[in-house]
Design a protein around this ligand. Sequence first.
Ligand code: SF4
Ligand code: SF4
Length: 304
Amino acid sequence: MPTGACGINCDVCRLNLLGICSTCGSGRSVDGKKKAAAQQRILGAPCPILACSMDKAIDYCPRDCNSFPCDRFKNGPYPFSRGFLNMQARRRTETPSLKNPSGDEVDVPIEHWEGLLRRDQKIICQNALVVHDSLGFFLLPFLKEYIRVDLKEYCLYHQKHGGWEIFHNPLLELVCLVYLLHAGPQGMSGRMAGPHELKAGHFFKGPHELKTQPLVERYGFDIKGFKKAAENLGGEALDMADAAYRFEAFPKIPLYYLLWEGDVEFQARLSVLFDHSIEHHLTVDAIWGLVALVSDLLLVGGHF
Ligand code: SF4
Ligand code: SF4
């Protein structure tokens, strides 16, 4: 598919169909290399966007680069307007994963907060393997970060710029509360299980299928990019599939992401596995939500 590193799609351009302009390509493609060489020959220099994406070994700036839209886009004469670039810069700060499987906004029932307040705090700490910090907040490890859970103000905080900042993400809030409320005394089994091997495995069908397809599209032919994102997110590499990582989502909830790279014969594939004990600690919809959160973090390169 001849899409340029900038995101322009030559497939739908008349100049390309008429042979007036040659196909561009992604920063890791043969088409991209050929285009850069032709530009060097004809214009004396390659397109700075294409050259930069080749240096960084990324395919498409808007999808793969956390610096998009960088100054090469903002200061260059093309390909996108200032209005489009401003919209991209603004919307890329929005929080993804705010929808439930039915496509509705995630709603955090107040009863979850009230339920937590009524529960024996010591038992919660023992079961969920969390502690209270010096100010009395629950300190809940989430991936490589800590989330502070404030039972007085009903909100979450995360660490930013050396301090704690309110963190508004309803899906994360819901999943954290469900974990604290539901984590049982059982330990981990050490046995991996796919979603369909769980007791409530029938849930993960149709609209409730785990959110993995966007990861296949992004990393199915970019194992290096997947490894980088997984390591940024604190994943532990495993000797499985073409690339596999274990993420400590919550203290009793490891998630395993296994990726098989695609080629001319086989489609890329990604599986998410759990510890078999996961249903003792999370409800099925919270499992779905947790995978959606972690998958979205991997899609943005593993950065919070
Ligand atoms: S702006 Fe650069 S990367 Fe985009 S299509 Fe043109 S040459 Fe290719
Ligand atoms: S820095 Fe700019 S040109 Fe380079 S890869 Fe990122 S978005 Fe593309």
